[in-house]
Design a protein around this ligand. Structure first.
Ligand code: HEM
Length: 523
């Protein structure tokens, strides 16, 4: 009897496997036409990919270079999940330009405990609704209000840089951690309307939880045995996650309650709608705009608001911090570029070298903008991102089947020598208006592109300019690390494994009659 049961169970299991295999045969056949490394049955390329983060980044870029040379498409398998890696403008366009491929891949699932289904992780009708509700929060009128926050926090950072420069002398110091605390201060104040003083107190539980949570997400993304929820719940890392979430959600919930209360009070006092107040009397945080848009819960519940605030916190500080740090480093590698940036800044602030930066100044920083763009080309803060394909897509000569994860390998896309000759050279002139004419619109996508592009890109660019100009008005940089010696961590954000070390020197105070050396771009 027992042996009959075993036989029946074995037959049933075999039947299920055969059915699964039969259903997947088209997907597998289509995938195997796409160039890629040899893959084992069931395991695929998992063994080559279960390595340290820096090594994984090198391997993914290597596969892209080796197998995706011709059409910018190659394939790899993580267990039974197929991936295509896209690295040419045409291939990337096929996915990003379409309204049909807006669903995020399973890698984003691990962000859900923190971000729920906010703008970054939601899909379908919910994402559409949210995008519509949130877009006005990034209107330039609102961004104008944030310049004061950028300026204040950038000045704190510049003071800290001066201090570090004095203490470290010729040994130099790592810019990354200092800049990250500054961008965290900026996003807390602009997203939630509260100062967390991260630059002064980096040990705050909230700040620590942000770091820990990002690390947990990354570990789950790249480690097979942490992926199933039931298995993850058995690990100490799950308990660490729950502790982080208590701090993260506890803080945002408290902020929401406080701001709602303030919002109600001020509306009752004035007897008028907050709309009348936009951009005039009181600076509004994104949170206030969400509370306003929520229409007392009819459009957004408190939990919906929290999802979005947490999403801004996540997307809005590490990305800008990486961008500012890389740009400082690259400018510090090239004295000629640095002289042009200094000349532009001296020119803009010739009327009063000590005054605070304004929106007009930021808009006038054309050459600095080229440097920022070029730094984002070489070191895109988000080096890769992914979509889950719900239907077949034709990419070049290949039909990529539904069910595949399409990964946009931005780091390699930006190194296409046909679009960017001598791609490893840091050359901000590539982004002078004349030099951009005729460039493929999907050849440069640090903020993604198409319907799911970065909603915060204007905010990010203004913040970067405000912080970099505050640093460069006071300091001259010399980068100590050589680019070719850096080990990169291609994590959620691209980071150098051992930081970016620079020496900083105080600049002589520019006289009020500074020469009006206009740079080519300002003419
Ligand atoms: C240099 C800075 C930044 C870079 C390079 C960057 C890059 C990106 C990229 C590549 C995406 C697409 C991600 C994907 O498809 O998975 C994205 C989406 C997003 N970003 Fe940014 N980002 C930056 C700054 C910001 C800031 C400052 C905010 C908010 C204040 C922000 C908020 C968002 C949101 C909410 C999304 C999701 C948009 C959607 O799916 O509709 N980002 N960003």
């Amino acid at each position: 009897m027992a042996s009959l049961s075993v036989l029946l169970l074995t037959a049933l299991a075999a039947l299920l496997v055969a059915r699964w295999w039969w259903r997947r045969r088209r997907l597998v056949a289509l995938m195997e036409r796409i160039p890629g490394p040899f893959a084992l049955p069931l395991l695929g390329n998992t063994l080559e990919q279960t390595v340290e983060h820096d090594e994984l980044f090198v391997r993914l870029n290597g596969i892209t270079q080796l197998f995706g040379r011709q059409h910018g498409v190659c394939r790899t398998w993580f267990c039974t999940q197929p991936y295509v890696l896209l690295s040419s403008p045409d291939a990337v366009e096929c996915v990003l330009a379409s309204n049909r491929h807006t669903d995020k891949s399973d890698e984003y699932l691990y962000l859900r405990p923190w971000l729920g289904t906010g703008l970054l992780t939601s899909w379908g009708a919910k994402w559409h609704r949210r995008r519509k509700v949130l877009t006005p929060a990034f209107h330039f009128r609102i961004l104008d209000d944030f310049i004061d926050v950028f300026r204040e926090q950038a000045d704190v950072l510049a003071d800290r840089f001066v201090q570090q420069a004095e203490q470290a002398g010729r040994r130099g110091f790592n810019v990354f951690p200092l800049v990250t605390l500054c961008t965290l201060d900026i996003i807390c104040e602009t997203a939630m309307g509260r100062k967390v003083h991260a630059q002064v107190d980096s040990e705050s539980p909230y700040v620590r939880a942000v770091y820990d949570m990002a690390e947990i997400v990354l570990t789950r993304q790249s480690t097979v045995w942490y992926q199933p929820d039931w298995l993850f719940r058995l690990t100490p890392m799950y308990r660490r996650q729950q502790a982080c979430l208590r701090d993260l959600h506890g803080f945002s919930n408290k902020m929401i309650l406080e701001r709602k209360e303030e919002f109600r009070r001020s509306r009752d006092q004035r007897g008028q709608d907050l709309d009348d107040d936009l951009g005039s009397k009181k600076r509004l945080a994104f949170l206030d705009l969400l509370i306003e848009a929520s229409q007392d819960g009819a459009v957004l519940s408190d939990e919906d608001i929290r999802e979005e605030v947490d999403t801004f916190m996540f997307e809005g500080h590490d990305t800008t911090s990486a961008a500012i740090s890389w740009c400082t480093f690259l400018i510090g590698c090239d004295p000629h570029v640095q002289r042009q940036v200094h000349a532009e800044l001296d020119d803009i602030f010739a009327d009063d070298p000590d005054r605070g930066v304004t929106m007009k100044d930021l808009n006038d920083m054309k050459y600095l903008e080229c440097c920022i763009k070029e730094a984002l080309r070489l070191y895109p803060s988000v080096p890769a991102f992914a979509r889950s394909l719900r239907e077949d897509v034709q990419i070049g000569p290949y039909t990529v089947p539904a069910g595949t994860t399409a990964m946009i390998v931005v780091y390699m896309l930006h190194r296409n020598a046909e679009v960017f000759p001598e791609p490893e050279v840091f050359n901000p002139d590539r982004f002078l208006p004349d030099n951009c004419v005729g460039r493929h619109p999907f050849a440069y996508v640090p903020f993604s592109a198409g319907p799911r592009n970065c909603i915060g890109q204007k905010f990010a660019l203004l913040e970067e300019k405000a912080v970099l100009s505050a640093l460069l008005r006071r300091l001259r940089f010399e980068s100590l690390d050589r680019r070719e010696d850096l080990t990169l961590h291609g994590e959620l954000i691209i980071r150098p494994k051992d930081g970016l070390r620079v020496r900083a020197f105080a600049r002589p105070h520019p006289s009020k009659t500074a020469s009006k050396t206009a740079t080519a771009v300002n003419k």
